[in-house]
Design a protein around this ligand. Structure first.
Ligand code: GLU
Ligand code: ASP
Length: 524
């Protein structure tokens, strides 16, 4: 490897230099997202007299679920548009602008009516759909298929995400206390503007230089395949969205958020199955690619289960922190949203350790497979929910607020689980997905988060003083579901490895027969 390229390839903590630009671009985008997300339920459920919208908790929680769920669902469409029309770079660029406009619209609620609040949420959903998939796909392009730094690279990238989500609630929590909701929302917009500038001025030039040094054709700035129907699909989507917004805001269509969550969940489940069936039957994949896509499907189901527990953080845990947790520290009442920063703080502490651990274990070939890591994640989440169950039993019996250590313990276990699942999932998707489908498969990966957020929001709204007697049972059901998921995945572990190994061997024998120069096999 020429010296310049070698240096550039290891310039950011042993990783390619563009990872630095991508790290900071994503940090500020996530700052904006996690800055406003925990405020949503508190703002919507707060009394009108306190500057809130006065919604009942189940509806407020369902709207948070719909917001986060549709945001992740949009990533499928965003990924598709990037693959077929825009390319990754333009998708990130346009996506950031739309998100920034969304924040502006929410900030306008300070002077105009509620319409701008909901409209802003819709813009953030659309923009994030374009942004979120593509930024992760670009990270994947920095590594060759057999590069053992890939998982560690994604763990680093994940730290950037979490630095953003760590800082945001700390700042917004303070600001809303003294200056009201809208300043809290506005600060998210500021983060998004920074992200946009960093991407254009730092990340894109770094990516260009990297490709130039590699002498490779850049793959992040053009579509994999130019589909002339893609712009029409985008226009159609925007048209339908605009009509829906008009109908809802004129009161012609009434929305019941709680029911909508259920319909959307069912729709996504059917959609995921149909999409995978389409990929398997009509995407003209070879047998190895089909098996890899099948594995993606199983991992996606496990991830959906994990996120449906984890994503109770901005709703159930947020309300639990507000209503049932003793938040007094030396006479100072800690804002409830500060609890949202615990998970990212723990990620920042533990992500480097896990990244290091995976690399170290990989060197001696003892790195657990991604399926084992997913099983561990589900078990850790189950343990976290056992703590939540015990905490709510204590609230019930003592009738008073409980120690913050319960929530902190739960968040610690969920965080360790997250580290075994989320960065690994991102990395595995970029590894398993056939190049032509990489944006779409990454989008599909995020549908797991969409499902998780939707299902979690159904639980979230039930955290209230008049429902407290049901909480232990509710959390117990989460524990049982997570345990069952872990067991099934554990049982599937061996057959999956066997299947993939067989398929890989057959594939490389075929390739060698056609082409005597050995092909580079994917490391699984
Ligand atoms: N918390 C991570 C993020 O915001 C992962 C979320 C997810 O995949 O659901 O990027
Ligand atoms: N840990 C989450 C993620 O990595 C961040 C959060 O939920 O605050 O983005």
């Amino acid at each position: 490897m020429p010296q310049d390229l070698k240096q550039y390839d290891q310039a950011f903590l042993g990783h390619p230099k563009p990872l630095k630009g991508l790290f900071f671009t994503e940090l500020w985008e996530r700052f904006s997202y996690y800055g406003i997300r925990p405020l949503l339920i508190l703002y919507m459920a707060a009394m009108v007299a306190n500057g809130g919208l006065g919604l009942d908790r189940p509806s407020a929680s369902a709207i948070v679920g719909l917001f986060a769920g549709s945001m992740y669902l949009m990533t499928v469409f965003g990924g598709w548009l990037a693959d077929q029309w825009l390319g990754q770079e333009k998708s990130v660029w346009y996506g950031s602008m739309i998100i920034a406009l969304g924040h502006l619209s929410i900030a306008l609620t300070a002077v105009f009516d509620q319409f701008f609040f909901y409209f802003g949420l819709v813009l953030i959903v659309i923009g994030s759909g374009l942004f979120k998939t593509c930024i992760s796909v670009i990270v994947g392009t920095l590594y060759q298929a057999q590069d053992s730094r890939r998982d560690a690279g994604f763990s680093l990238f994940y730290m950037g995400i979490n630095l953003g989500s760590l800082a945001a609630p700390l700042i917004t929590g303070l600001l809303i206390k003294d200056f009201g909701w809208h300043i809290g929302f506005g600060i998210g917009g500021f983060g998004m503007l920074l992200s946009l500038v960093i991407f254009r001025l730092i990340t894109v030039p770094q990516l260009t230089t990297f490709n130039h040094l590699q002498g490779n054709d850049a793959t992040w700035n053009k579509p994999v395949y130019r589909n002339k129907n893609a712009p029409k699909a985008a226009l159609c989507f925007l048209g339908i969205t605009a009509v829906m917004i008009a109908l809802v805001s004129l009161g012609i269509i009434q929305i019941n958020p709680f029911a909508l969550v259920k319909y959307l969940t069912a729709f996504i489940c059917i959609g995921i199955v149909a999409y995978f069936a389409y990929l398997l039957l009509f995407a003209q994949l070879n047998s190895l690619e089909k098996k890899k896509i099948g594995v993606c499907f199983i991992l996606l189901l496990a991830a959906a289960l994990f996120w449906s527990a984890f994503e109770q953080k901005p709703t159930a845990f947020n309300l639990f922190a507000q209503d049932f947790t003793d938040r007094n520290i030396f006479g100072y009442e800690v804002p409830a949203v500060w609890f949202q920063s615990i998970n990212p703080i723990l990620i920042v502490i533990f992500a480097p350790m896990t990244a290091w651990l995976w690399v170290k274990l990989a060197k001696s070939n003892r790195d657990p497979s991604y399926i084992s890591k997913f099983c561990i994640a589900l078990l850790l989440a189950a343990a976290g929910f056992i703590l939540m169950m015990l905490a709510s039993m204590q609230v019930l019996h003592s009738g008073s607020n409980v120690s913050p250590l319960w929530l902190i313990g739960t968040l610690l276990l969920l965080t360790l689980g997250e580290l075994c699942l989320s960065p690994i999932g991102l990395s595995t998707m970029t590894k398993l997905a056939p190049t032509i489908l990489r944006g779409q498969v990454m989008g599909l990966w995020f549908t797991a988060s969409a499902l998780g957020n939707l299902m979690a929001s159904l639980v979230g709204g039930q955290v209230s003083a008049d429902e407290i007697q049901h909480l232990p049972e509710l959390f117990l059901r989460c524990v049982i579901a997570l345990m069952i998921g872990a067991i099934i995945l554990w049982l599937l572990r061996k057959p999956i490895h066997k299947l993939l190994n067989q398929a890989e061997t057959a594939d490389s024998t075929q390739t060698q027969a056609k082409n005597p120069i050995p092909a580079q096999a994917d490391t699984l």
